[in-house]
Design a protein. Structure first.
Length: 257
């Protein structure tokens, strides 16, 4: 009687695509850990902000006041006003943003909360990314209020191109937020950080704001986007990629060293 033969079975290797996707989808992978930690920081900041409304009230009141004052300075129904509408909007949003990202890291100074966060298992990159995301959400809320006031006082029908305008607002606001988070961390220990922060960041935001102004003017005029506006759109995207990569790469140097 011949004994049964057994063959060793080797596990079949998964396709590279499936293996890569499984690695990226693991909850303990570095990328997922970075995202989860950043969302935790952003959730904490947003809960505190929407509970106290310190920055939101100040930034919202500032944006509404500027738009209301300019409606008395210039004729809101003039053709010239339609040509400078994008510039007025983004200058207002940029200056209102300074009131928000000033509080991003300064609220962690009391009771040495910033030192506790840095000593925790959180990575500096996730802390920086979470702060930027919280600033981004808060500034978008201010922009929604500002657009509503702008439509009422300036007779500009910004809702005719909602998807394109929402995309421009999201991309441009992210660029403002990530730059604000980086330099908010750099100036958090300065005694005159409220004065120094706008002086430092606004020259850096110049190409981002110019691109947003050019595209917004075309959208508010309800005209099709040409190659000129798409070029500025690429500038905004490259700006966001470069500064986000720099923020993640230099987060440990900025926050720890």
């Amino acid at each position: 009687m011949t004994p049964p033969s057994y063959t060793a079975s080797t596990p079949s290797s998964a396709p590279p695509e499936r293996a890569t996707s499984s690695v990226l989808s693991r909850p303990n992978s570095p990328r997922m850990r970075l995202v989860n930690q950043a969302l935790s920081i952003a959730r904490k900041d947003l809960i505190l902000e929407f509970r106290t409304k310190e920055s939101l009230n100040a930034a919202g009141a500032f944006a509404v006041s500027i738009l209301l004052l300019f409606s008395f300075v210039v004729d809101p129904f003039a053709e010239m006003m339609r040509e400078m509408a994008g510039g007025l909007l983004w200058v207002t949003f940029a200056f209102a943003g300074a009131l928000i990202f000033n509080r991003g890291f300064s609220r962690e100074l009391s009771n040495e909360c910033l030192d506790a966060l840095l000593a925790s298992p959180l990575s500096p990159s996730s802390l920086m990314l979470g702060k930027a995301f919280a600033i981004w959400v808060s500034l978008l809320a201010v922009e929604v209020v500002g657009l509503a006031v702008f439509g009422i006082f300036y007779n500009v029908r910004w809702w005719l191109r909602p998807l394109e305008l929402a995309g421009v607002c999201a991309l441009t606001t992210w660029g403002i937020s990530i730059v604000g988070a980086v330099f908010g961390a750099l100036t958090v220990n300065l005694r005159l950080r409220e004065l120094m922060l706008p002086v430092i960041i606004y020259p850096l935001l110049t190409p981002l704001l110019i691109g947003a102004i050019e595209i917004t003017n075309t959208l508010l005029a309800n005209q099709p986007l040409t190659g000129y506006e798409w070029l500025w759109g690429r500038v905004i995207i490259v700006f966001n990629i470069v500064f986000t990569a720099l923020a993640l790469a230099l987060a440990e140097t900025i926050l720890v060293n």
